[in-house]
Design a protein around this ligand. Sequence first.
Ligand code: MSP
Length: 669
Amino acid sequence: MSPAGKNKPSFFITTPIYYPSDRLHIGHAYTTVAADAIARFKRLQGYDVFFLTGTDEHGQKIQRRAQAAGKTPQEFVDNIVAGIRELWSTLKISYDDFIRTTEKRHELAVQEVFRRIEAKGDIYKSQYEGWYCADCEAYYTEAQYKGSEGGKCPDHDKPLERLREESYFFRMSKYAGRLLKYIEDNPDFIQPASRRNEMVSFIKSGLEDLCVSRTTFDWGILLPDDPRHVVYVWFDALTNYITAAGFPASPERFAKYWPADVHLVGKEIVRFHTIIWPIMLMALDLPLPKKVFGHGWLVLEGGKMSKSRGNVIDPVTLVNKYGLDAIRHFLLREIPFGADGVYSEDALVARINSDLANDLGNLLYRTLVMAEKFFGGKFPGPGEETPLDAELRTLAGSVVRDMEQSMERLEISGAIANLWRLVSRANKYIDEVAPWALMRQGQTGRAATAIYYLGECLRILGVALTPYLVDTPERIWTQLGVEGSPREGLFRELTEWGGLKPGTVTRRGSPLFPRIDPETRAPVDATKKSAASITSAGGNAPAQAAATGFSPQAGSAGAASAEEVTIDAFKRMDFRVARVVSAEKVPGADKLLRLSIDLGDATREIVSGIAAQYRPEDLIGKQIIVLANLKPARIRGIESKGMLLAASSDEDLVLLTTDSDIPPGSRIS
Ligand code: MSP
């Protein structure tokens, strides 16, 4: 049931708070974009969402970096935090609160937490000596670094330091049994299950009391009654989740949002969130978060991404190059949530081309062109429903239900993959139903059903994509001509079949996503291959030439040898940019394709001898160049009006296209 009305149930989701020690990279963006998608989805379901992110600003590592930069720690973090906020605004992260651990509200909360746990007798003073990693801000036991004296940090691969200090200790050992029982009784608490198993073994191997104060540096929150010490940075950082929910200052707000529904964290910090944090909450007599989800890492082909290796990927560069929605789609779709995934620019480009430019972009484009061509640019009311139509309608319903279930399990990539089942099916449905053939046969009612059903699938997809993509859903709705916003309303209602009003006037715009050339990585309409001389392909070529696929003058890569012409002769030829709307094989002719092309103000058919080089499905949506005023000719009984241009060598033939998108019908001179 989707919640609605004034008393919406709350949903509190958090990201880890990031260390402002450096600019953030694509790996950090991954965590935040994933949380953003979940937050947006929950809002669409009608929840009162509280989406929290922020920065973890204290500790020795930050203090050292500030020193190295010749700044005070506060100046140093202020500068980086400003960049982080800017990054989230570039990625359109819809957070509701941004907490900084240097804020007063947080200092008060941490001191209160410390005081309460100490008063309970669960914090005591003692000596600590151990192997410490300043980057982790953590001591490691021998079992953990698995080495002899001077072992290395398992996360940072740097030598550990031997430290000895008078410290306050948190009696974690006391709670081990209670925590294990909680994890057993609440199988959803740690997700995915593999991480739960790791944590259970870790706890069973024995929990030591935790050193929760430091005297070796001073960039931190002072202990309330012993200001020579600062609070251990993880004790400080984990508390951020309750500070932002209103602890201890706003009990009413706190009661509303706490416990958190999901802490989304990377796999290396699951340990802090499922052992230290729940025990802190038990000691405070506060409820535990409902779920800690440990996602995998985005790694590079050569291994881990890190500033020290100099191989970090900057999300802003990628957004500038490919657009925000392309990057968000890649991050959310490419990696099964929970597993590690390899980032490569090739994989990114492949994703953009296949999912966005080809599948989704073409579905919208083909639907709109057919609505224009067959129904004057308006969505018709549906006519009779055939079993094929019913199958598409049913699939639209099951896809949105499956998406809801996947999101419930936080399977973001699975949820998106599921939406693409509908995109692919709808594209295939166009080919199977062939509305152009129905129109030729006078079966307008059935064509109307098809166009309406396609429009409705796209309207629903527009809604279902809103958690993941931030501009595309609006662009889909605008081009369909649907009024309002795909984000306003409740998911269940907005995705109910039949929302598209018959008579809706389409407003076709530029393609949703330009295709990217995998070699140059620049947006183009088609991949360029090496080409030699220019030749006409099919169209009005004589029957014999069309049958072989090449016109008679198709020559080798020699110098031009044709006779001279005047500019007037050239000007008499009306060359235009066109876009392929549909393509099919001509029955009984191996080399011929029948193309329906969009010339801006009109669509028409041409027959072309390119079937040996191009598959019909690969042509759809492609921009081509045609000689539009060539005298029509009948080829295999089909009237071909115009001729497309292609370049050919002895071995190959490639279509001519434009360097970037330009509206169909544009003149060539
Ligand atoms: N400050 C701590 C978190 C405290 S939460 C109370 C911290 N900060 S961090 O900046 O190092 O990392 C923040 C998050 O970014 C972690 O969840 C981490 O897993 C994630 N990622 C950092 N690099 C990543 C990848 N390459 N891939 C995916 N996530 C990555 O830890």
